[in-house]
Design a protein around this ligand. Structure first.
Ligand code: SF4
Length: 368
């Protein structure tokens, strides 16, 4: 079963840490993008999809009618069911109850709200356009509009964070009764303003303690950690993101979007002009030939992504799917990790513990 990812390449303003592809929105650019998107989608043959994900950029900058148009196109082109998980990323600065009602009516049934922090000073340092009270109001508005599946997304390793503020962020997210909470570590990316230096970033030891405390608060509030950065109430795992972590299949539309048929990966260049030049005239034949080949989906990628999940790496799946296995040196290293409390080996399944998640980059680089 496929997932469908739609990249909405517009933002109100660029956040200084962000390296996702986006540009300023105008009515003209939006309409050209939507027309080109329609033709790109129409270029692909029908597949059955159980997830749709509007990511960006800022998908909530589109109007509900725009989302309805895309959903109708997807429904005509692909096999999409009532049970399909349809997620939309939303910036709290861009939505109110009426717009949420419109998005729900358009077919969105899951929201991913980028709250990032529940501390004003940190939101300012991150260059966010919303306040803490606007984030809280956005979650409440989404709830009263009828959304029953809301992810509150925050960041860790952010300016002015300490273990106490990390606990407060976890408590704030949980007290909003979110079904799902994401907590990604701030990455300092080359080419962004943050690459020139960010005041107030906690040191590595403090970041580790912040992660522990954040997780412990969510443990106490009934959330299950199912991936290194993701937590949910029972049954509310992100089905779409789980496809990425299991090296599954998804189609990706829009400039900068990636896709995978579970054998090979492709992406369309992050360039709105190239995207509209390519697709404005109409659907194209051999649409993958307009994309960049990103390499094959291999055993190494499966090892990396599965060890980031609580389910862990299943060696029998590695063998069956990729004809691959870990060598004695790799198994010996993992046994050492197990002895140090960083991993658990149970039959053919290897899982990292929470302490293992904290040093997963070192473990994975040693392993691979
Ligand atoms: S709103 Fe999101 S996608 Fe847009 S610049 Fe900020 S972090 Fe990046």
């Amino acid at each position: 079963m496929y997932g469908i990812y739609i990249h909405i390449p517009f933002c109100l303003r660029k956040c200084p840490y962000c390296d996702f592809y986006s540009t300023a929105i105008t009515d003209g650019l939006k309409n050209e993008y939507l027309d080109a998107l329609e033709n790109q989608i129409s270029s692909f043959g029908p597949v059955e999809a159980d997830t749709v994900y509007f990511g960006g950029g800022t998908p909530s900058l589109l109007d509900p009618d725009d989302i309805a148009r895309i959903m109708s196109l997807l429904g005509n082109r692909f096999m999409i069911h009532d049970t399909t998980e349809v997620t939309m990323e939303c910036n709290p600065a861009t939505a109110d109850r009426d717009r949420f009602r419109g998005f729900l009516k358009a077919g969105v049934n899951r929201l991913s709200l980028g709250c990032q922090s529940f501390h004003e000073k940190t939101l300012k340092a991150l260059g966010r356009l919303h306040s803490v009270s606007e984030s809280i109001a956005a979650v409440q508005d989404a709830r009263s509009a009828g959304f029953k599946n809301i992810s509150v997304d925050v960041m860790l390793g952010i300016p002015f964070e300490d273990p106490r503020t990390a606990e407060e962020d976890a408590t704030a997210a949980a007290s909003l009764n979110a079904e799902h909470i994401s907590a990604y570590l701030l990455r300092i990316c080359d080419g962004t303003p943050f690459a020139d230096g960010v005041p107030g970033i906690p040191d590595d030891d403090t970041q580790a303690e912040c992660y522990r405390r954040f997780c412990e608060v969510l443990d106490g509030c009934g959330y299950r950690q199912y991936e290194i950065s993701n937590f949910c109430k029972p049954g509310f795992e992100s089905r779409h993101n789980s496809k990425y972590w299991s090296c599954g299949q998804w189609l990706g539309f829009g400039p900068g979007a990636h896709m995978s048929d579970s054998v090979s990966r492709y992406s369309f260049p992050p360039d709105l002009k190239l995207f509209t030049d390519t697709f404005l005239e109409g659907p194209v034949s051999a649409p993958v030939s307009y994309m960049t080949y990103e390499g094959s989906v291999d055993a190494e990628e499966y090892v990396i992504t599965s060890l980031r999940t609580a389910q862990g790496l299943d060696l029998s799946v590695l063998k069956d799917r990729f004809g691959s296995s870990l060598n004695e040196g790799q198994m010996s290293f993992l046994r050492k990790c197990s002895g140090a409390g960083l991993a658990v080996i149970s039959g053919p399944v290897i899982r990292l513990t929470r302490e293992g998640f904290l040093v997963s980059n070192s473990i994975l680089s040693e392993l691979i």
